[in-house]
Write a protein that binds this ligand. Structure first.
Ligand code: 13P
Ligand code: SF4
Length: 298
């Protein structure tokens, strides 16, 4: 199947992008495995005709918004991010009416309609820089309350959060951190900014998944406890075979990120379905918010 995928990829002029939480076989078959920011940049820059996006709905939507002329395929139709659906366009309109002077920042883990109603997007890699790039002193930040709290710690601006969360990261507790630190006393603790503030308080470093991948290049530690989805462990071991990585919890599994398998990728290349498209009247506004983010220097 892998040989068939490689052959079809050439024939279709396709690129396979995979998020860092994908299963090992899918990460291995991908042309690029990365975090949301890296994958968005790649989607914008690629000159291939087809993008097979191994991830969840909002990631493929972002690629489709950035490159409407390309065919973006999400191999499993039902691979979605629950957090991205925790705020509706109507709820965002109500929040904007309460704070008419505030700018609106939306995490890319959001629907295209929410992006279309926002001034700018951000990812877990650039939230602080995006907020700092704005002239407004008040910022509505949706949908992740934990990323909002993390950004609020690093800016003087007033952050008005929405109460969404990621069920994978929100489950980490200070007790888990204490237990992991006891088991691995020499390890550094790296956590994702989608974790709760009380977990972030105990971490050595806070990173997007790409940031976690780069960290060992500049750290002398031999061992790391990883406070994010368990798929990162494979990604990190592959990038740094001389180091040890332990998950903060074996149960931190994003079910939707695990839905895509090699047969799904093969079928996607054979059929070029399911295609992800965004209606142009929404895409045109969402594109503005994403492209504005891509211009912010990190
Ligand atoms: P990253 O952009 O850090 O890879 O995070 C995406 C995500 O969905 C985290 O849960
Ligand atoms: Fe969404 Fe959380 Fe899964 Fe990331 S890990 S895709 S935020 S549910």
């Amino acid at each position: 199947m892998i040989e068939e995928i490689q052959a079809l990829k050439k024939e279709r002029r396709a690129t396979i992008l995979a998020h860092n939480y994908q299963i090992p076989a899918v990460q291995d078959i991908a042309d690029l495995a990365g975090d949301s920011l890296e994958l968005s940049r790649a989607a914008a820059a690629l000159d291939s005709e087809v993008i097979v996006f191994c991830g969840v709905d909002f990631m493929a939507e972002t690629a489709a918004i950035l490159s409407p002329q390309k065919r973006v395929v999400l191999p499993v139709k039902g691979a979605w991010c629950p957090m991205a659906h925790m705020i509706t366009p109507q709820q965002l309109d109500e929040l904007k009416a309460l704070y008419p002077q505030a700018a609106v920042v939306c995490y890319v883990n959001s629907t295209a309609e929410i992006k279309a109603k926002s001034d700018i997007c951000c990812t877990s890699a650039n939230g602080v820089q995006v907020v700092e790039s704005l002239s407004e002193d008040e910022v509505i930040f949706v949908p992740d309350r934990n990323l909002a709290a993390y950004v609020a710690r690093h800016t003087k601006k007033k952050i008005i959060p929405w109460d969404g969360y990621c069920y994978v990261h929100d489950q980490f507790t200070p007790e888990m951190v204490k237990a992991a630190r006891k088991l691995h006393p020499h390890a550094e603790l790296l956590v994702h900014p989608e974790c709760r503030p009380e977990v972030i308080d105990l971490a050595d470093f806070v990173y997007s998944t790409a940031g976690m991948c780069k960290h060992p290049d500049t750290s002398r530690a031999q061992e790391y406890i990883i406070g994010t989805e368990v798929g990162m462990i494979y990604r990190l071991k592959k990038a740094h075979p001389d180091r040890e990585f332990y998950p903060l919890s074996d149960e931190a599994i994003c079910q939707n990120m695990k839905k895509t398998t090699i047969p799904d990728v093969l079928r996607a290349l054979q059929t070029l379905e399911p295609r992800v498209t965004v209606p142009e009247e929404i895409a045109v506004r969402a594109r503005g918010a994403i492209e504005r983010m891509l211009r912010v220097k990190v």
